[in-house]
Design a binder for this molecule. Structure first.
Ligand code: ADP
Ligand code: ASP
Ligand code: MG
Length: 402
């Protein structure tokens, strides 16, 4: 079998963990499999590198940031190959350039385009364990890019798809996908399986156990994923197209506190304003999430929307540059907000899910600022300080623990 195994930062945080992972890889290899390993940077390396950059510049060039951050993953793969060497296994480390991992050109948030599997295949044919850097790619200018925080999962799935691997295993510091972040909701329950669609929603709404684009790619290329612990032998969670288990109303709760709310107040109430505002933001690569528009009064209206906290500086600039043209009276920014969501394919055919979620907020005395719904999710925007309380309250009211 050809198996892709991805290990996250905490799984390779120190020499002991590196050897623990090396032994796990060796086990798979010894059993007669071909193994491609994808690694993240060790422990807090990526955060530390970001802090280092901030010591030099408040607003560093995104190109240079990617050049810097990509070094974290490069350290990991080299160290892992040294450990595998110590254990007596043949292996080779490769970076994004060497495996032809092409991405779009947007630094810090590049999207995977394609991969040239030839080099990996050649190394596998030579009976090597192949250890590849996660998170990084190369764009059409031949520059290093990164795939966004948590992007190593996406590297693993991309490689699994390109090589038609039999398995793609994502090893992390929890033993699978839970009904909510087990560090926040103590009663969270591990799911044996979950559909791509539900996992994609959870990941996009803040459950960082999988990078959302990795789930998107897995669905597109039908790569079955297993999320499991690098520290225990527990079975893990299978992510796939269709689940055998009876359709659950709600599969999980997710929270995201890395967002900001922007309100444009007193916009002239004429056709085309929303189009103009959101087209301009989109052109600058700013993704907008929940949108709320007030009804017009006195010939003016307000529009509020949420964006990623990391996009706030860019959004402020776009708004400042266009404020007069849009005829906005006032702008209000709030970073002290969080989005909490429930996800479940079963809710489409069930009324009352939203009401129950709002009841949980009311019982916990949490004020809702904005609401957004789709077929399989409901999100509310609340104060950041209430996020953990809200996640627990929602998890409880839907009895997700049992
Ligand atoms: P890695 O470094 O292995 O990629 P991450 O920190 O990116 O690990 O992701 C694992 C973390 O995701 C867990 O430690 C957990 O706190 C968090 N998490 C958030 N939501 C969930 C969920 N629904 N199920 C499991 N873990 C979750
Ligand atoms: N090292 C990167 C990060 O911390 C990528 C990853 O861990 O997946 O975001
Ligand atoms: Mg991760």
């Amino acid at each position: 079998m050809l198996i892709v195994q991805k290990f996250g930062g905490s799984s390779v945080a120190n020499p002991e963990r590196v050897f623990n992972v090396a032994r796990r890889i060796a086990e798979t290899y010894k059993a007669g499999n071909q193994v491609v390993v994808v690694l993240s940077a060790q422990g807090d390396t990526t955060d530390d590198l970001i802090a280092k950059a901030k010591e030099i510049s408040k607003n560093p060039s995104k190109r240079e940031m990617d050049m810097l951050l990509a070094t974290g993953e490069q350290q990991s793969v080299a160290l892992m190959c040294m450990a595998l060497g110590e254990l007596g296994y043949p292996c080779v480390s490769l970076n994004a350039h060497q495996v032809g991992m092409t991405t779009t050109s947007i630094y810090s948030n590049a999207r995977f385009k394609k991969i040239k599997p030839d080099r990996i295949q050649r190394e596998l044919d030579l009976k090597n364990i192949v250890v590849v850097t996660g998170f990084q790619g190369v764009n059409r200018f031949d520059d290093i890019t990164t795939l966004g925080r948590g992007g190593s999962d996406t590297t693993a799935v991309a490689i699994a798809a390109a090589l038609h691997a039999d398995k793609c295993e994502i090893y992390t510091d929890v033993d699978g996908v839970y009904t909510a972040d087990p560090r926040v909701v103590k009663s969270a329950r591990k799911l044996n399986e979950i559909t791509y669609n539900e996992m994609l929603e959870l990941a996009s709404l803040g459950a960082r156990v999988l990078h959302n684009r990795s789930v998107e790619l897995a669905k597109k290329y039908n790569v079955e994923l297993v999320v499991r612990s690098s520290l225990t032998k527990a079975e893990g969670t299978v992510v796939k197209e269709v689940c055998k288990v009876e359709r659950m109303l709600i599969s999980g709760v997710a929270g995201d506190d890395e967002i900001a709310r922007v309100s444009l107040i007193g916009i002239k109430d004429t056709p085309g304003k929303a189009f103009d505002i959101f087209a301009t933001l989109a052109k600058k690569g700013i993704n907008v999430d929940i949108i709320l528009q007030s009804i017009g009064r006195d010939k003016s209206k307000d529009i509020s929307f949420t964006i990623a906290e990391t996009a706030l500086a860019d959004a402020q600039k776009v708004i400042d540059d266009n404020k007069e043209r849009w005829g906005i009276e006032r702008v209000d920014y709030n970073e002290n907000v969080a989005k909490v969501s429930v996800v479940g394919a079963g809710m489409a055919s069930n009324s009352g899910v939203a009401a129950k979620m709002f009841e949980a907020m009311f019982n916990s005395n949490i004020n809702i600022h904005m609401i957004s719904t789709s077929e399989i999710k409901i999100s509310v925007l609340i104060d950041k300080k209430d996020m953990h309380k809200a996640m627990n309250a929602i998890h409880d009211i839907f009895n997700l623990a049992d």
